[in-house]
Ligand binder design. Structure first.
Ligand code: HDE
Length: 669
């Protein structure tokens, strides 16, 4: 701000104070406050008085500012948006928001990690939560999913055990935000149903580059029900228009320190500058008569429906276009619940889903302090709410009238129930019979074939990442038995992989011939299947020595024209041309890990070691690297091969487009 502007602002402030305009500070009972910097004391050096009600109220409120974090998925970040269905889906469902292509439905999405606490880093290896609340005209529909299509357990009763094993260990509360520890891998060794989900978590899907470039999955089998009462089994998918990208492990670890907020910042900044992320809603639909046509049980949440057997039908689009105004009020207080459904959607008997239907209302009582959490603004439906539930903590409705019971005669039996034909929800009339048992159907007991399917689907580079991730995670365990059991489980999926990991972590290579035999492969599962637009990628331009403002401008022009984010990075920050162009980041504030690529400029003089480190790290993380002719001569590094894939030597600003032909060059040695 220049001096004349500063003076103007000060004058406005003085004016405001004089006239007492603007918003007056009050206590919570509405009394105007005259002083807010000194407690009430006896004399100006004496003790504080108990009667200082303003101080006590302010402090009392502050003392209770925190609420319990979520038992799982504590670390998260959200945004508002809208959803629109492409076509009328009334063949499958009566849901209003899926049958009216002219309607837009407001949504709120919260992305999260599972293991870490609220303050843990964004880029840990973990499954990501992808929870969407649709505020439909028929009530809220919550699709509380993850970025992997399968879960670790089959029955909700095992969830507390799974989470206790995954969370920091109770005797020392370590590790924070990661699964590379004994209790997690002990659980995996003892509970083979987890194998498929573990393969997803250890693959590149476990370290997404950001929230925008990941898929979402409802995981469970749900039902769609049409007006005629006909039902279909369905799985929900979110397909990102931004494509799919992941970090590499070394980069993810560095990011824990360099930018703990890396993912939330990416989402916040993209929305802030109008680059709105979009996902298409996909449905996999199975007719009731096809229920038993597959070599897995469609009720088993550790199994996906291979997309080449059950294609994904793209039916609509969600756009996230508004950041929250207040993270606590919205993102922290949002309460998702898989049982928030609307007419036209129903549950299947997936035993994991059935248990979730209890857990999510229950958990909000301790987290949000009582049963009225649906009255918090972020949770309120746009549909009207009328029932006979009354009172309780934090009641914010002032209910009118004498009656609060059904049926009543005194109030004309209001609120009344609504028949199905007029939009009332009715459970799908499923016929169920059987004995009460504590046992699981044999059709749930193949734990390995789909883990193999997933592995077979990955590219060579992705398979190498998977093998290294297993080696890192199991290698971090202390107990030799835990390591051995975990490797024995991998062996049931893939012998070669088990051999590689066993050698790395120092346990015995398990017996041969145990692996499941399957060369099935779903081409949809590799990250490489997605088209990734150039837009939104970022470039660090290293400015070594004296480079003219004109040169930098010519680079900036190319970036702006191609919707690329960029920063000029140098030894010290400075403006070069009347504020228009300048070096905004230094080698101490910037890290190669927060950029997708690097361009190295130089005036031909010796380069700083920190600049060389920067380029080497980008190179090692397989990112596109552009080096100008002048820089080539002074970039003294024996780690960088100028002929390697994705390294472009050129002084043309457009060279970055050439380098961005791919986003990672995994064939670079
Ligand atoms: Fe959750 N889960 N979960 N979960 N889950 C919670 O609910 C639970 C499961 C998922 O951004 C909790 O409000 C049980 C599968 C997401 O606010 C809790 C079982 C999937 C979020 C809970 C599961 C999820 C949660 C913690 C096994 C993917 C964050 C706080 C039966 C389909 C939502 C809360 C947000 C949060 C219980 C398994 C996704 C304790 C009992 C499978 C995205 O209620």
């Amino acid at each position: 701000m220049d001096q004349s502007n500063k003076n103007k602002k000060q004058q406005q402030l003085d004016e405001l104070r004089k006239n007492n305009d603007g918003t007056a500070m009050t206590t919570n009972s509405g009394m105007k406050v005259s002083e807010d910097e000194h407690s009430l004391t006896v004399g100006d050096r004496g003790p504080t008085l108990l009667e200082d009600f303003h101080f006590r109220e302010k402090m009392m409120h502050f003392d209770h500012e925190r609420i319990p974090e979520r038992v799982v998925h504590a670390r998260g970040f959200g945004a508002h948006g809208e959803f629109q269905v492409y076509e009328d889906l009334s063949e499958y469902t009566s849901a209003d928001f899926l049958t009216h292509p002219e309607k837009t439905t407001p949504v709120f999405v919260r992305f999260s990690t599972v293991q870490g606490s609220k303050g843990s880093p964004d880029t840990v290896r973990d499954i990501r939560g992808f929870a969407t609340k649709f505020y439909t005209d028929e009530g809220n529909f919550d699709l509380v999913g993850n970025n992997a299509p399968v879960f670790f357990i089959q029955d909700a009763i095992k969830f507390p055990d799974f989470v206790h094993a995954l969370k920091p260990e109770p005797h020392n509360e370590m590790p924070q935000g990661g699964s590379a520890h004994d209790t997690f891998w002990d659980f995996i060794g003892q509970n083979p149903e987890s194998m498929h989900a573990v393969f997803w978590a250890m693959s590149d899907r476990g370290i997404p580059k950001n929230f925008r470039q990941q898929e979402g999955f409802g995981v469970h089998t749900f039902r769609l029900v049409n007006k005629e009462g006909q039902s279909y089994f369905v799985k929900f998918h979110w397909k990102p228009k931004q494509g799919l990208e992941s970090l590499v492990w070394d980069e993810a670890q560095i990011l824990h320190g360099k930018d703990i907020d890396f993912h939330r910042k990416d989402l916040y900044e993209s929305i802030d500058k109008g680059d709105y992320p979009e996902w298409e809603l996909g449905l996999q639909i199975i007719k009731p008569e096809q229920e038993f046509d597959f070599d897995f049980d469609i009720l088993d949440p550790t199994k996906l429906w291979p997309e080449d057997q059950v294609p994904v039908k793209i039916v609509g689009k969600m756009t996230l276009n508004r950041n929250v105004d207040n993270v606590f009020a919205e993102t922290e207080q949002v309460a998702f619940h898989p049982a928030h459904i609307v007419p036209g959607i129903d549950f299947s008997n997936d035993p994991l889903l059935q248990g979730r239907l209890f857990s999510y209302t229950d958990t909000q009582i301790s987290r949000l302090g009582g049963p009225n959490f649906n009255q918090i603004p972020i949770n309120r439906p746009v549909a009207e709410v009328h029932n006979n539930q009354r009172d309780a903590m934090h009641q914010s409705y002032i209910h009118q009238g004498q009656t609060a019971y059904h049926k009543n005669g005194l109030n004309n039996n209001d609120p009344h129930t609504t028949p199905k034909e007029q939009g009332g929800f009715e459970h799908y009339h499923e016929k169920v019979e059987g004995y009460k048992v504590r046992q699981r159907s044999d059709s749930f007991k193949d734990y390995y074939t789909q883990a193999k399917l997933y592995k077979n689907s990955l590219t060579e580079a992705e398979q190498q990442h998977l093998a290294d991730a297993f080696s890192f995670e199991i290698g971090k365990c202390k107990s030799p038995e835990v390591k051995q059991n975990a490797v024995n489980q991998i062996n049931k999926v893939d012998r070669k992989l088990a051999e590689y990991v066993a050698n790395n972590v120092g346990v015995e290579v398990p017996a041969e011939n145990e692996e499941v035999q399957s060369d099935a492969k779903d081409s949809q599962l590799t990250l490489e299947k997605f088209d990734i637009p150039l837009k939104g990628h970022s470039v660090a331009v290293l400015v070594n020595g004296d480079i003219s403002a004109e040169t930098l401008k010519s680079y900036a022009e190319v970036f702006v024209n191609n919707d690329l984010n960029y920063a000029f990075v140098g030894q010290t920050a400075k403006n070069l041309n009347d504020d228009e162009i300048g070096i905004t980041e230094t080698y101490s504030t910037a890290s190669s890990t927060v950029f997708d690529s690097v361009i190295v400029l130089s005036d031909g003089k010796e380069m700083l070691p920190t600049a060389i480190d920067f380029v080497e790290m980008s190179y090692n993380h397989k990112k596109p690297v552009v080096i100008t002719e002048e820089a080539k001569n002074v970039l003294q590094s024996n780690r960088i091969d100028l002929d390697a894939p994705g390294v472009v030597v050129s002084s043309e600003p457009q060279a970055i487009l050439d380098a961005f032909k791919r986003y990672r060059y995994f064939d670079r040695k």
